[in-house]
Write a protein that binds this ligand. Structure first.
Ligand SMILES: [Zn+2]
Length: 195
């Protein structure tokens, strides 16, 4: 992973590609696959720490389901408490709907898309393809500078993280005087959400 929250900028951009996509679902979906990492460390330390939720089959099925539940039940109370975004508007966006499921699916897929280039092993096609046979292209690009599970991975990770931080700053600066937290976490103006 880049640090999990750094998946936000890609999720934000993708949420803008469809008028009806729900930013909360895309954002939560983009964070969800990494919840398996600490669990793998604790319970399955002999297995790769990215596995089930970082595979296409696991992300699409379990990742999307977890993201829908997390967005539906936890997003409105947490975001309204922390960022003073209108709770009812959040609830309207986050209630169970076909669009919420689709938005969460886009989010989890965006997580895999961002993780893949910068990891030296990828369980994308697990359980059919060994994760260690799938090396990210960015890691291969940096391979002349060191081992793929060492320096090359760290350079690929740093490169991806820098791009995401710059993108995030751009989002914050662009919206700083335009209802920042509403646009950041809900992604709709009041008039749009009233429709
Ligand atoms: Zn990840």
């Amino acid at each position: 992973m880049p640090i999990t929250p750094l998946h936000y900028p890609l999720a934000f951009v993708l949420s803008k590609t469809g008028k009806r996509f729900l930013l909360p679902g895309v954002v939560v979906g983009s964070f969800i696959p990494d919840i398996e990492v600490p669990l793998m460390w604790i319970f399955f330390s002999d297995l790769p720490d990215h596995l089930f939720l970082h595979s296409l089959v696991g992300a699409v099925l379990a990742g999307t389901l977890l993201a829908v539940l997390a967005t539906w039940f936890f997003y409105p109370p947490i975001i309204s408490a922390l960022f003073q975004v209108n709770k009812q508007d959040l609830k309207d966006s986050c209630s169970l709907s076909y669009m919420l499921v689709l938005s969460c699916l886009i989010g989890v897929l965006s997580h895999l898309l961002l993780d893949y280039p910068m990891h030296w092993f990828n369980p994308i096609l697990w359980p059919w393809v060994n994760p260690y046979d799938v090396v990210g292209p960015l890691v291969l690009f940096f391979a002349p500078y060191g081992p793929i599970n060492g320096t090359a991975f760290r350079l690929a990770n740093a490169f991806t993280s820098v791009i995401m931080v710059v993108a995030w700053i751009a989002i914050l600066v662009y919206y700083r005087k335009r209802n920042l937290w509403r646009n950041h976490w809900l992604g709709k103006s009041s008039s749009e959400s009233a429709q």
